[in-house]
Design a protein around this ligand. Structure first.
Ligand SMILES: O=P(O)(O)OC[C@H]1O[C@H](O)[C@H](O)[C@@H](O)[C@@H]1O
Length: 512
């Protein structure tokens, strides 16, 4: 039974605790008063060590948050997801992306389908890897059919087949596709058309243009040069693609990199490494399913997110990966969190009287330090920062890695400690919160664990808020209106349009 957070007994107690101890909380004093704070607020999880101690939270608040989670039924909700119940209630669907990485276990039903789909995808990836004529792989997809694979292929660059280049075309903006096509030869290119629904305007437009280009370039064998990754295999066949790799409606788009949507990753890193990616995620699934709330990293993070959003009132979170290969991680996490929890009603459609998803944003460090960290240190808003650092570099350049890690540590330290200066401009208030994630090295397994950690953390806050984290109705209206406006380019009609849209359209398309 799901219980919305604001109807629990823990909720008003958290409010009271925040007024008494949370609002004026001082990190520096907290460390002085509690020599065990680092240990109490550190958490080991598969592949990841997390230091939560530099956050504006005390043990009492965290204890109340665990009570909140219990009252909200977060554990039962989690178990319902892992039992395959239709917890995506507004779409009437189960949520089983975790099954895609449950690997190897004897199973039946969907588990068998998963294994077959994975085997055929990995076999195909192997063929492509062995095919020296294919030098360029172009993934055409958007949203979940782009962000996950693009992020992972970049993150795992050191594991990549050096004989192939990877391109990601997502935008309907023809500049993107045209720019990629310019450098390609039809005979050496494999296009992967990635779309869960196989109806998405951007992807279908790009796929049609890619096929036209392929034919115009004298490309023949469409079967060899195009593959489709989709739940709508029939539509892919109608499009003329015979190499199709299916998945299921119980895999949400933003949770789909573990499915056949992960084919570009599998081509890039090979079957064994792709299996490691799944294994790492699976280890985090096991942690999330089995650890008591008090030592459960996704739970601790998800509850901290609730504490910050609903009590401290923080509106955003900065993602600072101190690893340049994680450059697409902030964009990936934006979709994961903001599309999942950017909701203003609960699962029953009732308006929520409290805030939900924060804004996520960020860039790799140290670059961000020379751009917007000014605001993080001295701006008027408090923005919790999440550092992601990797202990072992994958290069042999001396000096760089120590400097990189020193900077990550120093920024977290500076945010917390601050620096008094009566002069004003040089004053750093400090007491600015951060979380520090440390991976031993950036591998398929640690990446898998990091991503699953974030999936489950988003699950936890969404669960406390009582929302359906697995639908995305908010993306529909713009799609419908875009079709209407696109038709006006030929109908030349402004009927029924608001004055601003009509005025702009007249400027863009003068005959209207
Ligand atoms: O994979 P597709 O069906 O093409 O969907 C691609 C993306 O577009 C949709 O509008 C949703 O906002 C995303 O959740 C989805 O990942």
């Amino acid at each position: 039974m799901r219980v919305r957070c604001d109807t629990t007994t823990a909720w008003p107690r958290l409010h009271r605790h925040f007024e008494q101890r949370g609002r004026g909380f001082d990190l520096r004093q907290a460390f002085t008063a509690d020599r065990a704070r680092f240990d109490a607020f550190s958490q080991e999880a598969p592949e990841i060590f997390a230091d939560l101690s530099k956050n504006l939270i005390d043990r009492e608040a965290e204890a109340l948050l665990f009570e909140l989670a219990r009252e909200c039924g977060v554990e039962a909700h989690r178990d319902a997801m892992f039992a395959g119940e239709r917890i995506n209630s507004t779409e009437g669907r189960a949520v089983k992306h975790w099954l895609l990485r449950a690997g190897g276990e004897a199973g039946e039903g969907d588990a068998v389908l998963v294994r077959q789909a994975l085997e055929s995808m990995l076999a195909y990836a192997g063929q492509v890897r062995a095919d020296a004529a294919i030098t360029d792989v172009v993934n055409i997809g958007i949203g979940g059919s782009d962000l996950g694979p693009q992020m992972a292929v970049a993150a795992l660059e050191t594991f990549r087949d050096p004989g192939k280049r990877f391109h990601f075309v997502s935008n309907v903006d023809g500049h993107e596709l045209a720019g990629v096509l310019r450098g390609l030869k039809a005979g050496n290119t494999l296009f992967l058309v990635a779309s869960k629904t196989f109806t998405t305007l951007e992807t279908m437009t790009n796929a049609r243009s890619a096929r036209r280009w392929f034919e115009e370039q004298g490309g023949r064998d469409v079967a060899r040069h195009f593959a489709a990754l989709t739940t709508n295999v029939e539509a892919a066949r109608d499009f003329g693609i015979t190499s199709t790799f299916g998945f299921w409606d119980w895999v949400g788009g933003r949770y789909s990199l573990w499915s056949t949507i992960g084919l570009p990753i599998a081509i890039a890193i090979g079957a064994a490494q792709f299996q490691d990616l799944l294994r790492g995620a699976n280890a985090m699934d096991a942690h999330f399913r089995s650890q008591p709330l008090e030592s459960n990293l996704p739970v601790r993070l998800g509850l901290l997110d609730v504490w910050y959003r609903n009590f401290h009132g923080f509106t955003s979170r900065c993602i600072a990966p101190y690893h340049s290969a994680l450059k697409r991680l902030p964009a990936y996490l934006q979709q994961l969190e903001m599309e999942s929890n950017g909701k203003r009603v609960d699962a029953q459609g009732q308006p929520l009287p409290f805030a939900t998803s924060p804004v996520l944003w960020g860039e790799p460090g140290t670059n961000g330090q020379h751009a917007y960290f000014q605001m993080l240190h001295q701006g008027t808003d408090t923005v919790p920062v999440e550092f992601i650092a990797v202990r072992q570099p994958a290069h042999a350049l001396p000096v760089h890695h120590e400097l990189l890690l020193a900077n990550a540590l120093a920024q977290a330290q500076a945010l917390m400690q601050g620096k008094p200066d009566p002069g004003g401009h040089r004053h750093f208030p400090g007491n600015r919160p951060s979380t520090f994630f440390l991976l031993e090295s950036l591998t398929p397994a640690s990446l898998g664990a990091l991503l699953a950690l974030h999936e489950h953390r988003v699950f936890v806050s969404g669960s406390v808020w009582g929302i359906d984290s697995f639908d995305q109705w908010g993306v529909e209206l713009g799609k419908v209106l875009a079709q209407d406006i696109a038709q006006r380019f030929t109908s030349l009609s402004l009927n029924g349009l608001d004055d601003s849209t009509a005025g702009l359209l007249r400027r863009i398309h003068p005959p209207i």
